[in-house]
Design a protein around this ligand. Structure first.
Ligand code: 4NP
Length: 159
């Protein structure tokens, strides 16, 4: 099972989802079964570590962002991953534009998996204050729990 989180720059939201979800996957002992990665639709930050503000907020909540470096989503991702999870509508639309009809990867809003909010967009915090980074983390944690529950059911069904 392969899951790719996608935002615009791959330095704030999707690496946060990457760090939070891989931690929950490890805690569940499923790291051999669920592969987690992240990417951006944009190319500005390729090769960069996550934004310092994201690293700090993640650390405050007990998540490390080690070994996460920005990359851009590419054609291979549509063949390799089972789920591509967009952080907001702009990301969703941009990914949808390049997805081929015969690629079976599921493109969904990440917050679709949250049972604690009705919203679908994780707001872009890049030009905003520290508070927004905390809100990003809270939204992501809620959806990560729902996603893990969903994948556990898929994994059990595939056995
Ligand atoms: P992200 O945030 O998509 O959550 O990584 C952004 C990071 C960088 C930029 C925009 C959004 N930027 O314009 O460089």
């Amino acid at each position: 099972m392969k899951v790719l989180f996608v935002c615009l720059g791959n330095i704030c939201r999707s690496p946060t989802a990457h760090a939070v979800f891989r931690s929950k996957v490890r805690d569940a002992g499923l790291q051999e079964v669920i592969l987690v990665d992240s990417a951006g639709t944009g190319s500005w930050h390729i090769g960069s570590p996550p934004d310092d503000r994201s690293i700090q907020v993640a650390k405050n909540h007990g998540y490390d962002m080690n070994n996460i470096y920005a990359r851009q989503i590419c054609a291979k991702d549509f063949k390799e991953f089972d789920y591509i999870l967009a952080m907001d509508e702009e990301n969703y639309n941009n990914i949808q534009l390049v997805k081929r009809y015969n690629e079976s990867v599921l493109l969904l809003y990440f917050l679709h998996f949250s049972s604690v909010t009705e919203r679908l967009d994780v707001p872009d915090p890049y030009y905003n204050k520290a508070d927004d980074f905390s809100e990003v983390l809270n939204l992501i944690e809620g959806a990560a729990d729902g996603l893990l529950d969903h994948l556990k059911i898929q994994i059990a069904g595939a056995k």
